[in-house]
Structures are given as C-alpha cells and as structure tokens.
Design a protein around this ligand. Structure first.
Ligand code: TYD
Length: 230
C-alpha cells in the first residue's frame, strides 16, 4: 500500500479532462496537500521522448503492437521515476490518462489483443493501481467538435491549458483524426470499464459547465478518498 493517493483522469478526445485534472490539483494544493500532476504518455524525461515518437503524425504506418509496447515502456519509466516516488512521499498524484487509455485505445477500440494488454498491465502497473479514476464522459460528436476547435484555433485556448500540453499538431493525425466510429467505441470502452470497476471509477458528465464538472469531481474525491481511513 502506498502513502499517497493516486487519481487518474480518463475520457475521449475533447472531454475537458485535462482542465479538470488541473483544477483538482489547484484545489488540493489550496487545501494543503502535496500534489504531483502528470500525464501519459509522458510524465518522465524518457517517457516524454517516447511520447513524441508515439504521437508523431509524420511517422509511417507501424504496427499497433509496437505502439502498445511503446506506451507500456513509457508507463514503466513514468511509474518508476515519478509516480511511485511521489506516492511514497505522500503526494496526491493526479495523472491525465493512465492504463485505462491503453485498455480502450489499443484494446477495445484498437487492434491489440486485450489479454496481452492485461498481462502488460499486471507486470508494469503491479500494485500501483489508481485509487480513483474519474471518467469524463462526453458524446463522441461533441468531443470531436471541441478537439477540432482546439486544433484550429489554438489562440482561443486558455493559456494554462496551452502551456500544460504539447503542441496539438503532434496529435492531430494519430488518434484525433480517426473516424467517428472509433471515437464512439472509445466512449463505450471507458463506460464499460467504469461499469466493471465501480469501486475505482466515477463517471462525470463532461457536457456540463467546467464549474459543475469540477464540483462533481471534488465531491467524488471527498467521498471516495478522504473519508477512507488509511
Ligand atoms: P494527449 O495530447 O494527452 O490527448 P488528450 O488531450 O486527448 O489526453 O494525447 C494522448 C493521446 O494518446 C490520446 O489520443 C490518447 C492516446 N493514448 C493511447 O492511445 N493509449 C494510452 O495508453 C495513452 C496513455 C494515451
């Protein structure tokens, strides 16, 4: 068992989860917690290098399995270098995407054998499973429209969001550019995980205002984590 709390945010494109991850971090920090905010793919220097490769739209077509192994490699380093040390130091670790994204993007909606992904998750994540996963749910059409807006009008983004992310162009042709059916499948996949693991996952409706979503996220954190004795 770890000393801190591990919270992950998951969801499809344009769900607003990155904004919510940041807002939660700010609120926890204001409440006196030590907070580490991180993301996947990436989060450690080595994993960020892998991220640039994984999301590079200019790379020629490559095998989904090879790509899944890169996600796994990035995660192994991120866990070892950042997540486990922060948890051991008592931090609340907030991670923007984690292993549910692999299950959904590479497994449920992708073409990699789910049993292989399960085995990788067991080996890599081990005991460092999220204490709480917030699934920010949004219809695929709306999420894609939001993501397209973000791509086409970066100046309209909140500055905090701009600085927290890689250039959006890195991503546009890798996952965001997949068709509507792919994105509908992503949504189904995240909802399915939340249904199967209700003790870990909370679904919040990402269509409401950012303030409303943030309130619901906070309520989940308070009721699921801070009332539990450790
Ligand atoms: P990111 O810029 O973080 O996008 P988002 O704002 O949607 O989180 O890019 C991460 C992309 O990588 C995103 O399209 C989801 C995908 N991904 C996977 O396919 N598998 C994974 O295991 C992870 C962590 C991300």
């Amino acid at each position: 068992m770890t000393a801190g709390w591990f919270i992950t945010f998951e969801g499809g494109e344009g769900s607003g989860k990155s904004t919510q991850a940041k807002r939660l971090a700010d609120r926890l920090t204001a409440a006196g917690h030590d907070v580490t905010v991180t993301r996947e793919p990436g989060g450690s220097p080595f994993a960020e290098r892998l991220r640039a490769i994984i999301l590079d739209p200019n790379l020629e077509k490559h095998s989904p399995l090879a790509e899944a192994l890169l996600f796994a490699s990035a995660r192994a380093d991120h866990l070892e270098q950042v997540i486990r040390p922060a948890l051991a130091a008592g931090h609340v670790v907030i991670c923007d995407r984690f292993s549910d994204s692999t299950r959904v993007y590479q497994g449920y909606a992708g073409r990699v054998e789910p049993r292989l992904l399960e085995a990788l998750e067991l080996i890599i994540v081990q005991q460092t499973k999220p204490d709480l996963t917030i699934v920010v749910d949004i219809p695929a059409e709306i999420g894609l429209a939001r993501a397209a807006l973000r791509l086409n009008a970066p100046a309209a983004q909140a500055p905090s969001e701009r600085t927290a992310k890689q250039p959006r162009s890195l991503l546009a042709d890798r996952f965001e550019s997949r068709g509507l059916d792919f994105h509908k499948k992503l949504r189904e996949g995240f909802l399915e995980i939340a249904r199967l693991e209700p003790q870990r996952c909370v679904i919040v409706d990402g269509q409401r205002s950012p303030d409303d979503v943030a309130r619901e996220v906070w309520a989940a954190v308070e009721s699921r984590l801070f009332t539990e004795a450790r």
